[in-house]
Design a protein around this ligand. Structure first.
Ligand code: PGA
Length: 247
């Protein structure tokens, strides 16, 4: 059985005070949720506050990125050990905005995943195709390359995969449950080629314009084990509704 996981990616949003206010409103309304795992990824500057606020709850805090080196002359970068120090238990790696805006390659993402796992962080590993790639019939090729290169030399423990078609992120154009399920089924088959039966235990989240309105249909799909949510995770009531999708 794969426990559903609903994760929030706040991207470059919220000050420290706004982060504290979010948790003050959010935690009381999800306190009774024990059958869904919750991860929230605030910006770096809010991590310590978020970790402090959630210390006596089951909510885990994630960072949105980490560098692969331990320490040294890497201006502007943050190491996995620093994230642990700030109270993080997980990290998002390979997000499409980092791949496409910040030009991260599969090779760099692979190194980051290795460093994060070595420090005991759970990794939310994001993959997904561009609209042009889908329209050219290349979705499966893209997913295969991203999985093969991104997870090269990496065991399955501590990995959560997030399928986020780039055309669905922040656009309001969610993949239909059918389109998402087809991709998730293919991703699971790729994971099975690599990890055998263990692939059945790896959670695959869907991300891209997930809202309280469409989450139920997505979560009803057999290979969709959760959601990675951007826009709809910023308000405590809407993210609480997402976490309570099965109520
Ligand atoms: P969105 O973002 O929910 O705003 O589409 C999802 C993501 O980028 O993780």
């Amino acid at each position: 059985m794969r426990t559903p996981l609903i994760a929030a990616n706040w991207k470059m949003n919220k000050t420290i005070a706004e982060t504290a206010a979010f948790f003050d409103a959010f935690l009381p309304v999800v306190r009774d949720v024990t059958d869904v795992d919750i991860i929230i990824a605030p910006p770096f500057t809010s991590l310590a506050t978020a970790a402090e606020k959630t210390r006596s709850s089951s909510v885990k805090i994630a960072a949105q990125n980490a560098y692969f080196e331990e320490k040294g002359a890497f201006t502007g970068e943050i190491s996995a050990a620093m994230l642990i120090d700030a109270g993080c238990e997980a990290v998002i790696l390979g997000h499409s905005e980092r791949r496409h805006i910040l030009k991260e390659t599969d090779e760099v993402i692979n190194k980051k995943i290795k460093a994060a796992l070595a420090h005991g962080l759970e990794v939310l590993f994001c993959i997904g195709e561009l609209l042009a790639e889908r329209e050219a019939g290349k979705t499966n090729d893209v997913l295969r390359t991203q999985i093969t290169a991104g997870l090269a030399g990496i065991p399955s423990e501590g990995i959560v995969v997030a399928y986020e078609p780039v055309w669905a992120i922040g656009t309001g154009k969610t993949a239909t449950p059918e389109i998402a399920q087809e991709a998730h089924d293919f991703i699971r088959s790729l994971l099975a080629e690599k990890y055998g039966d263990t692939a059945q235990t790896i959670r695959i989240l869907y991300g891209g314009s997930v809202t309280p309105e469409n989450v139920k249909g997505l979560m009803a799909c057999p290979d969709i084990d959760g959601a990675l949510v951007g826009g709809a995770s910023l308000k405590p009531d809407s993210f609480a509704q997402l976490v309570r999708f099965n109520r």
